[in-house]
Structures are given as C-alpha cells and as structure tokens.
Design a protein around this ligand. Structure first.
Ligand code: HEM
Ligand code: HEM
Length: 186
C-alpha cells in the first residue's frame, strides 16, 4: 500500500492519521462528558488531565495530518456523485478540521487562563504564556462547551454520508479510507 494518496484513494499515512484522530476524538468527547458529571476533587482533576493529555496527542496528529494533506493530492469525488454532495463533503471535511482546532485551542486556553499548565500524562506539563483571568476562563469554557456539539453534528453527517456512499451509492468512498480499492476497480 502506498504511503501517499493517489487520485483514487488515500495512502497509508492519511488512513492511519484519520483513524487515530477518530479514536482520539471519540475518547475526548467521552472523557469530557464523564468529568462534567463528577464532583470537584482529585478524581475529576485526574480525568481532566487525561482528557488534556490525549488532546495534546490529537493536536500533534492533526497538525501532521493537515501538513500531509497539503503536500498530497486528494482523491477525487466519485464520478457519479452529484454536485451538492461534493460541495457538502468538502464543507463537512473543512468544518471538521476547523471545529476540531477551535476545540483544541479553547480547551487549552480554558486551562491556561484558569492558572494551570497543560499536563501530559504526568511526564511533564506545559505552562502557556497566558495570564490567569476569570472572565477569559469563562469565555473559553463556554466556547469549549459549545463547539463539541458542532463536532458531533458534523460527525453524524460525516458517518451517515460514509455509510450512504458504501451501501446506497455503492462507490469506493468508505473502502478508500479503510481496506483500500481493488486494482480491478471493484
Ligand atoms: C466512525 C467514524 C468515521 C468514519 C466512518 C469516517 C469515514 C471517512 C471516510 C470514508 C472518508 C473518505 C471520504 C472521501 O474519500 O471523500 C473520511 C475522510 C475524512 N474524515 Fe472521516 N470518518 C470517521 C471519523 C472521523 C472523525 C472523528 C473525524 C474528525 C476529525 C474525521 C474527519 C475526516 C476528514 C477531515 C476527512 C477528509 C480527509 C481529507 O481529505 O483531508 N472523520 N472519513
Ligand atoms: C478535539 C479536542 C477536544 C474535544 C473533542 C473535547 C471535548 C470536551 C467535552 C465534550 C467536554 C465536556 C463539555 C461539557 O461539559 O459541556 C470537555 C470539557 C473539558 N475539556 Fe475538552 N475537548 C478537547 C480538547 C481539550 C483540550 C486541548 C483541553 C486542555 C488541555 C481540554 C480541556 C477540557 C476541560 C478542562 C474541560 C472541563 C471544563 C469545561 O467543561 O469546559 N479539552 N471537552
């Protein structure tokens, strides 16, 4: 399997990055909601620190992913898909990139303006050069508590579209991000 993308399918690096980020995002949504139901204290702080540590991994993977995407060709939309579906796919993909970055930045700024460094699995922590501020802290928390809902809605559309393409339109869209497209055109 080729490392780079081709005109018809994603290469192995794009696939690995897509699926690692996907696992990371699902874990972050779950841990984020889990901690919101917990009482203040060391247990909740531990879940928050784990959430933030996984988020830093996702940030590195997403950065690598965007750089790799800009260096690569992007597989073309399926020949038979109508214009509105092509436009919607492009919009949802870019919407996901932007919303995930806003979520990563707002989470980091919510922690930093709350006067805490960003923890990384207990190995080290990164203090951001941002002043502590109650107003800013509340603002970034509100952004963080809203934008994940946009991510979930976009993801819902994204997953349904992948299933629609596979089972109804019967094209290679799901295969080219997973098992690959067979050379015989199957
Ligand atoms: C079960 C979950 C998921 C499924 C089934 C899925 C499926 C797919 C498929 C089939 C493609 C290829 C689309 C095409 O060739 O036109 C794709 C691309 C993409 N997916 Fe997902 N995905 C999932 C989760 C996620 C998550 C969590 C994100 C969040 C960042 C994401 C972001 C993207 C983006 C941005 C692209 C476009 C890739 C590019 O060209 O840069 N996906 N996904
Ligand atoms: C794509 C990345 C991220 C996703 C999907 C995500 C998701 C979530 C979710 C769903 C919540 C619960 C919100 C609520 O109760 O309404 C949450 C809370 C939280 N997240 Fe994230 N998060 C991400 C990145 C980050 C980062 C980078 C940090 C900091 C290093 C962070 C720190 C926090 C903190 C401190 C909370 C609790 C405070 C609050 O509710 O705003 N998150 N996150």
């Amino acid at each position: 399997m080729a490392l780079k993308n081709s005109a018809t399918e994603y290469g192995s690096l794009a696939k690995v990055l897509h699926w690692l980020v996907a696992i990371g995002i699902f874990a972050l949504i779950w841990l984020g909601l889990e901690q919101s139901g917990m009482e203040r204290g060391p247990d909740r702080q531990a879940v928050r620190d784990l959430h933030g540590s996984i988020a830093l991994l996702v940030l590195s993977l997403m950065t690598l992913r965007v750089v790799w995407r800009l260096l690569n060709e992007v597989p073309a939309h399926p020949e038979k898909s109508p214009g509105w579906q092509r436009a919607a796919a492009t919009l949802v993909h870019w919407g996901l990139y932007v919303a995930v970055f806003v979520q990563l930045v707002s989470g980091s700024l919510a922690v930093a303006t709350g006067g805490r460094p960003l923890a990384f699995f207990g190995f080290f922590s990164i203090p951001l050069p941002v002043a502590e501020s109650d107003d800013q802290h509340e603002l970034w928390e509100e952004v963080h508590e809203s934008v994940w809902i946009i991510i979930v809605v976009l993801l819902g559309v994204h997953v349904l579209a992948a299933l629609y393409n596979h089972f109804a339109a019967k094209n290679d869209v799901l295969r080219r991000m997973t098992v690959g497209v067979s050379k015989s055109g199957g």
